[in-house]
Design a binder for this molecule. Structure first.
Ligand code: ADP
Ligand code: MG
Length: 210
């Protein structure tokens, strides 16, 4: 089973992935936790380029670099893990790429979904969890100094938040919005409920022949 967590910076993805990974492990599952972009040598190198605040980059260039990193992640890590029956938990996936590069109509969202199909060869998460937080709350949780994306400000972050809510239904067959203004523990409970719901349905299905 493949689970992706997404949402704006500060929404609590890293915090919740650590808790979810522990919970799944306690359930007896073999869990691999990844981040997109990253989690392969090629992907981490691309990630460094993307986070470099000194670099000028058109949104389309940025979009394709994210797509490239994800191609490698899918083939090198995600597909092999799923084939071995492992549970994959990813910090971001294609949804974030569509959202960040389409905000302000920089790149057409539908085009990004189609590019994403090519990049992932149509591998989708079984469940996408959107950790939804108002931008004002997220800013209060931010670390310093802000990276290239964070430095665009709170109004931009709120636009991104709304784009996440708009695009979420296209991210995977199963999606859920988690209220990220709750406590860490309440968010974890809500996430576990969603995972149990989808995992139950997933276990009823025959294994994917690939
Ligand atoms: P993300 O990975 O989405 O950027 P993090 O998990 O790193 O978010 O959380 C960002 C900051 O907010 C961290 O300092 C973290 O301790 C804090 N935080 C995470 N979840 C909550 C929460 N539910 N309530 C308050 N603070 C939180
Ligand atoms: Mg994080």
């Amino acid at each position: 089973m493949f689970i992706a967590l997404d949402g704006i910076d500060g929404a609590g993805k890293s915090t919740q992935i650590a808790l979810l990974t522990r919970w799944l492990t306690d359930q007896g599952e073999q869990v691999i936790s990844l981040r997109d972009p990253g989690s392969t040598a090629t992907g981490e190198a691309i990630r460094q380029i993307l986070l470099d605040s000194q670099l000028q980059m058109h949104r389309r260039c940025e979009a394709l670099l994210y797509m490239a990193a994800r191609s490698q992640l899918v083939e090198e890590r995600i597909r092999p893990a799923l084939a071995e029956g492992k549970t994959v938990v990813s910090d971001r996936f294609l949804l974030a790429n569509v959202v960040y590069q389409s905000v302000g109509k920089a790149v057409d969202a539908d085009l990004l979904w189609r590019l994403g199909e090519i990049a992932t060869a149509r591998l989708q998460p079984d469940l996408t969890l959107l950790l939804d937080l108002p931008a004002g709350e997220a800013v209060k949780r931010q670390r310093n100094p802000p990276d290239r994306v964070e430095s665009r400000g709170q109004a931009y972050m709120e636009q991104v938040r709304q784009a996440f809510l708009l695009q979420l239904p296209a991210a995977s067959p199963q999606t859920a919005v988690i209220d990220a203004s709750q406590s860490v523990a309440s968010m974890h409970t809500a996430i576990v409920q969603q995972v149990q719901r989808v995992r139950h349905a997933h276990l009823q299905q025959p294994p994917d022949p690939g």
